[in-house]
Structure formats: C-alpha cells, structure tokens
Design a protein around this ligand. Structure first.
Ligand SMILES: NC(=O)C1=CN([C@@H]2O[C@H](COP(=O)(O)OP(=O)(O)OC[C@H]3O[C@@H](n4cnc5c(N)ncnc54)[C@H](OP(=O)(O)O)[C@@H]3O)[C@@H](O)[C@H]2O)C=CC1
Ligand SMILES: O=C(O)C1=N[C@H](C(=O)O)C[C@H](O)C1
Length: 270
C-alpha cells in the first residue's frame, strides 16, 4: 500500500516539530507538507531542520490549499480557530484529520462534529498519549467505586500554555463524570476565588498551575474520610503525544467518516 501523505499543521510550533519527527520515523507515512501561518517566521524553513532532524526537503508553507492538495491526513496541533477551518477543508476533501488542539469552545466543538458528519475522518483528543488514556479508564472506575469521595483535578504546564483547564484535565474530568453518571458541564467547578462557601457535594473541581517548561502533569485526587487516592500522569517528552497522533492517523485511514477519540484508537471504548 502507498504511504499516507501527511500534512503537519502548526509545523513551526512545539507539537508541530514533534509530529514532523514522528512522521519522518514512521513506516507508511510520508511528510507531504508542513503548514503554519503565512506570517510565521518558520515559513520557508526546511521542516526537518526546523524540527531538529536531518533536512526532509519539505519547506514549511503558509499556503493551506497548496499544502492540502494531494494529501491524505492532517496532523493538527494549532489553535481552535485554525482547527475548525481545517476540519471544514478535511470534510470537503474526505481527509483524516487528527486534532490535538485544546481550548475549543462548545460551538467550536460543534463545528468540528459537523465536519465529521460532512465527510471528515476526525480523531480528536485532549491527550494522545497511551498513559493518559489508560489513566482516564482508571479514573472512571475509581469515580464509580468511590461514589462519595470528592474529586479534584490538578494540572501543571509550561509557561507558554494559553488555555486552562488543560484538555487533558477536562478529558479526565469527563471520565470521572462518566463513572459517576453525571454531566461534567453541570458538576464542574473550574475556578475558586474569595469566599466560596463549602465544597459543593458531588462537584468535580479543577486547578491549573503554569510555570517553566513542564510538558504536562495531571493528578486526579479522590478525597474521602481520612484518606486520599491520587492517580497521576507525568509527561516527560512531547513525542508521547506525537506517537499517539501518528497511530491515530494510521488507524483512521480505513475508517468511515466520523468523529473518533484516542480511546477508540486504543480499543478502550468497549
Ligand atoms: N492533545 C494532545 O495530546 C496535545 C495537545 N496540545 C495542544 O496542541 C496545541 C498546540 O500546542 P503547542 O505546539 O505547544 O503550541 P505552539 O504555539 O508551539 O504551536 C502552535 C503552532 O500552530 C501555529 N498556527 C497558528 N494558527 C495556525 C494556522 N491558522 N495554520 C497553521 N498553523 C497555525 C502557530 O503559529 P504562530 O506561532 O505563528 O502563531 C504555532 O506554530 C495546543 O492547543 C495544545 O494544548 C499539545 C500537546 C499535546
Ligand atoms: O499545551 C500543552 O503543552 C499540552 N496540552 C494538552 C492539554 O491541554 O492537556 C496535552 C498536554 O498536557 C500538553
């Protein structure tokens, strides 16, 4: 079978570089184009050299149509506005669209779901690592088993991160809510400040820390009478996300149009 031709969107960014390295190292994938904003200082640089590996002979471009012509797959870790626009294009062209972008609003998520109904094969996840997706399954089970324990989710990321809570924290919150058979939107407490009053029973709380170069730390705390359980994941290298993203691309290549998660890719949704 011919290689899948992959466009890496956000090629000049932290995850763009990791994704380019992962594509270059994966059998069955060819880097077709590397895309960034036309104004990006990365445009015209060689995608490989810019990502810390040998030159790949693919210059980073700001021309989205040229990048997508002849492509099979988009690996997209960019911004919500960019991911929505790329999802529409993926639907028009029937592409596989792997979306790692976090911080999407409810409306943006609805637009991405509409693109999946209109022909795109989308895999979207707040975290593409194997470890976090397994952790989510453990959180779901723990939340169900310890129905009266208070659930708090703590995350820390590098100082350049622009959204909070992280996509992973929300994914873990959804897993906890699923275990409790409640809707996260109705039970989450995203911010506490000032005279908050006592903790609302059954709520799922979030706290976000930012600093330094932390790739991504997450802990789900289940606090009960005289004991606490803490379920943690620490990401040490962005390649764990990139390896998950290329796995998702290969998995989605022979799936029908639709909206999938990394749990689907890993067979955890049984
Ligand atoms: N799901 C997961 O497993 C993971 C998700 N993420 C998420 O991925 C996203 C990116 O993270 P990170 O790589 O650290 O961020 P960066 O800011 O380093 O990279 C984002 C890149 O996207 C580019 N970009 C912005 N708009 C467009 C556009 N319209 N077309 C093409 N490229 C564009 C930016 O360009 P410019 O700088 O010029 O604006 C930048 O190069 C975030 O939402 C983050 O939370 C991160 C890690 C793992
Ligand atoms: O912005 C990041 O860096 C990360 N974003 C994702 C998130 O929002 O959870 C995944 C990972 O934690 C790194």
């Amino acid at each position: 079978m011919a290689d899948l031709r992959v466009v890496v969107a956000g090629a000049g960014g932290r995850m763009g570089a990791a994704n380019i390295r992962a594509v270059a190292a994966t059998k069955g994938l060819t880097l077709h184009a590397a895309l960034d904003r036309p104004e990006s200082s990365a445009v015209d640089a060689d995608a490989g050299s810019h990502s810390g590996i040998a030159p790949l002979g693919v210059a980073i471009t700001g021309d989205v149509e040229a990048a997508l012509d002849g492509a099979d797959v988009i690996l997209d870790f960019t911004t919500p506005t960019s991911s929505v626009a790329l999802a529409r294009r993926a639907a028009e062209r029937g592409l596989v669209h792997v979306i790692g972008t976090t911080g999407c609003t409810r409306d943006e998520d609805a637009e991405i779901a509409a693109a999946a109904r209109a022909g795109a094969r989308i895999v979207k996840s707040g975290n593409f690592s194997l470890g976090v997706n397994l952790l989510a399954d453990l959180v779901r089970k723990a939340a169900a088993a310890l129905a009266d324990y208070d659930i708090e989710i703590l995350e820390m990321h590098h100082a350049r991160k622009v959204d909070a809570p992280s996509g992973t924290a929300l994914l873990l919150g959804e897993a906890a809510a699923h275990g409790r058979r409640v809707a996260l939107a109705e039970t989450s407490v995203r911010v506490r400040d000032g005279h908050t009053g006592p903790r609302v029973e059954g709520s799922i709380g979030f706290a976000a820390l930012r600093g330094g170069t932390v790739v991504g730390d997450h802990t789900v705390i289940l606090a009960g009478p005289s004991e606490r359980i803490e379920l943690s994941h620490r990401a040490e290298d962005r390649m764990i996300f990139a390896h998950g993203a290329v796995k998702a691309a290969l998995w989605a290549a022979d799936r029908p149009a639709g909206l999938y998660t990394m749990a689907d890719v890993l067979g955890l949704n049984t």
